[in-house]
Design a protein around this ligand. Structure first.
Ligand code: FPP
Length: 244
């Protein structure tokens, strides 16, 4: 399917809500962690798929602020999975020219997890094929409130007046300041929600929903989503005739 994709119209940034690990596991009579473990293979597939298609930025919603409320064994299992996966995959990421970033309330993550992430981020810092951005302990409302606090502090400090607050200033204070806004947002497993993910940045994103559970998501599913995106008309509030 890769050959059907128009290389001139590749989304610069794809964001994914990886949903359905729990249901996938339940359908197989296994516990939820079994689903998350299989979800790692799908992560590898989409990372490779993005490199092959020429997507430059990929954000994966790996753990939300609300996920801290899940049963303790699941939270702990997810954190351990994250640490072992990063450790195992860091070399491969580097070989494929992937640079790792993390967004979210990182101070709330276990120290072992932060150390592993820091190491992987340094190791991959020189890579330019793909920015892989993991949203961890992330929620968009948290991010917007943090940005507002930073901007308010600048105004209070006399760095700039209230009137100077623009979309650009706001973007610079979000955790995604280094990246363009996602043009395509994919959510797996049949739910039609944004669930506190990149609320500011998704303003003009095309939304793509699939019934496939995350552990079954493969490169071909990614390419299908990109093809679907390429067949849409993006008007940004204008009319069709103005786009020609
Ligand atoms: C949502 O499925 C998935 C998660 C909360 C965790 C996603 C984590 C991974 C795929 C593994 C680690 C990732 C990386 C980047 C190394 P769910 O549990 O909400 O599924 P359900 O809706 O069926 O219950």
């Amino acid at each position: 399917m890769l050959e059907l994709i128009n290389k001139e119209k590749i989304p610069k940034h794809i964001a994914i809500i990886m949903d359905g690990n729990g249901r996938w596991a339940k359908e197989r009579g296994k516990d939820r962690l079994f689903g998350h473990q299989h979800g790692v293979l799908s992560v590898r597939e989409v990372v490779e798929g993005c490199v092959e298609a020429g997507v430059k930025n990929l954000t994966l919603y790996a753990f939300s602020t609300e996920n801290w409320n899940r049963p303790e064994n699941e939270v702990q299992g997810l954190m351990e999975l994250l640490v072992t996966t990063i450790r195992k995959e860091a070399e491969t990421l580097s070989k494929n020219g992937v640079r790792l970033y993390v967004i979210g309330d990182l101070e709330s993550l276990p120290q072992a997890c932060r150390n592993e992430l820091d190491e992987a981020m340094s190791l991959t810092a020189g890579n330019t094929n793909l920015n892989l951005i993991l949203a961890l302990s992330y929620s968009a409302k948290w991010e917007i409130i943090e940005a507002t606090k930073k901007i308010a502090a600048c105004v209070k400090n006399g760095d700039f007046p209230i009137e100077a607050i623009t979309d650009e200033i706001f973007k610079q204070n979000l955790t995604t300041a280094n990246f363009p806004d996602p043009e395509l947002m994919i959510r797996t497993s049949g739910e039609h929600r944004i669930s506190n993910f990149l609320l500011y940045q998704l303003a003009y994103a095309e939304l793509y929903f699939t019934h496939t559970h995350w552990p079954d998501f493969r490169k071909e599913n990614l390419y299908e989503a990109i093809l679907n995106y390429q067949n849409r008309e993006r008007r940004f509030g204008k009319i069709s005739e103005q786009l020609i």
